[in-house]
Design a protein around this ligand. Structure first.
Ligand code: SF4
Length: 431
């Protein structure tokens, strides 16, 4: 099953490593020649056709004197630009002023691994950068590794004091010889994190931990239920360009699927086999393939690849155990038995071969479902996407008008009415 909505058409975010050494390693070291200033401007034009958001990852900003030109070109295209500079580089207040005037909207300050050697020096340097960015009136996202459970309260107090626009934590994708995060320990950490925002007042997000969406939904975290839960993953809404133009699904996902010097970014996103497979939840293996949350989660494909060499196997850092149920059986069950099993089974994983409602019009009042795609004219589809009907979004059919049209639907915490002709073009998976 391929997604048929906007995430199959184009990514939401492009991450671009604009300087050599900003990230670790290169998948094609023999072709490893930095993009020239002219090539960089061509890449920005490609990005403008592909995605509305751009994250520029810069190691030493001095190594890219045309950075301001890149930002200005992206800004002229109406792209929302964020910048993650290395905090090792010497950054001056007027650097930030210039970048803001060129069009940088947000700065991402990475504090790295809070437990690694040199962490105190790095954190204090990160705080200097954060202060300078604030002086330049830039929104600041703070990025860090996930703290240990015992340190969580202390870290959240620090964030409460700093009040960044977002606290983004990353769950490690192991490199060669490194250990995979323990699944049960990660489960406890993420559950504790899902309870944090209400007390800190700082929105948080996670990278390489898509199962946090599942935990937020399971724990009914109120702060999260009001936030948009976008089902973005590497290759599904996200794409990465390395400093030498290699196109990958993600920064920690070193499979080169093309190069911006030879291929168009959007074509690679839409057509490359790896990207197409990453967007097809039916190809997932192991428990991710059986999991009812696979449409909004799907696990970290980068971690699956890093630990096994197969990017479709289950995410080893997820502790969820999907319930195997008779609903998984491909035969059609009598409707009364099916309804009973659905009520008893907290996990809604099943195959498409069961005769379920496949579009929103057929969903009965009071039922829950998940958006899987659209079969609608482009204009209607765009309007629904703007309203938050992204693939993977949970929704609830509240009630129908007495004559059956329109249908009132709850999605992302608000209610709206849909005509039957619109509802019949919204493809769903029931839960
Ligand atoms: S089993 Fe896989 S799809 Fe399900 S929550 Fe865990 S990582 Fe996500």
């Amino acid at each position: 099953m391929q997604l048929t909505g906007s995430l199959a058409d184009r990514p939401v975010t492009v991450a671009w490593e604009v300087t050599h050494g900003a990230m670790n390693g290169c998948p094609a070291p023999r072709m490893c020649v930095d993009l020239t200033p002219g090539e960089c401007l061509d890449v920005v034009d490609q990005i403008a056709e592909a995605a509305p958001r751009l994250l520029l990852i810069a190691g030493d900003m001095a190594a890219r004197p045309d950075l301001v030109d890149i930002v200005a070109r992206a800004n002229a295209h109406g792209i929302w630009v964020a910048l993650r500079p290395s905090i090792r580089a010497r950054l001056l207040d007027n650097d930030f002023d210039t970048l803001r005037r060129a069009g940088v909207r947000s700065l991402s300050v990475s504090l790295g691994n809070a437990h690694a050697h040199g962490a105190v020096r790095r954190i204090s340097r990160g705080l200097d950068v954060l202060t300078a960015a604030r002086r330049a009136r830039l929104a600041v996202q703070v990025k860090s590794s996930i703290p240990e459970l015992a340190d969580l309260r202390r870290f959240s107090q620090v964030m409460q004091t700093l009040q960044p626009s977002e606290w983004r934590m990353s769950l490690p994708v192991p490199k060669r010889g490194e250990e995979t995060p323990d699944a049960d320990r990660t489960e406890k950490l993420l559950a504790a994190l899902s309870r944090l925002p209400a007390s800190t007042g700082v929105p948080l997000s996670l990278s390489d931990a898509p199962h946090f969406r599942r935990i937020a939904i399971q724990s009914h975290a109120r702060a999260h239920s009001r936030r948009r839960i976008l089902p973005l993953n590497d290759g599904r809404g996200r794409i990465f360009i390395s400093h030498c133009g290699e196109i990958q699904p993600g920064a920690s996902f070193p499979i080169a699927c093309g190069n911006v010097r030879l291929h168009h970014l959007l074509e690679v996103y839409r057509e490359a086999t790896v990207f197409r497979q990453l967007r097809d939840p039916d190809l997932l293996k192991g428990k991710c393939g059986r999991c009812g949350f696979r449409l909004i989660c799907g696990g970290s494909r980068a971690r699956a690849y890093a630990t096994t060499g197969d990017y479709l196997v289950e995410d080893p850092a997820c502790g969820f155990r999907p319930v195997s149920s008779p609903l998984d059986h491909p035969m059609k069950l009598p409707s009364a038995l099916r309804a009973l099993l659905l009520r008893l089974n907290p996990d809604f994983s099943r195959t498409r071969s069961i005769a379920d409602p496949v579009n929103l019009r057929e969903l009965s009042s009071g039922s829950h479902a998940c958006v899987t795609g659209f079969d609608l004219p482009a204009e209607t589809r765009r309007r629904l996407l703007e309203l938050g009907f992204l693939p993977g979004t949970p929704l609830h059919a509240v009630r129908r008008a007495p004559l059956g049209d329109p249908l009132q639907v709850e999605v992302r915490g608000y209610h709206l009415s849909l005509r039957n002709r619109e509802a019949s073009g919204i493809q769903i998976e029931t839960r």
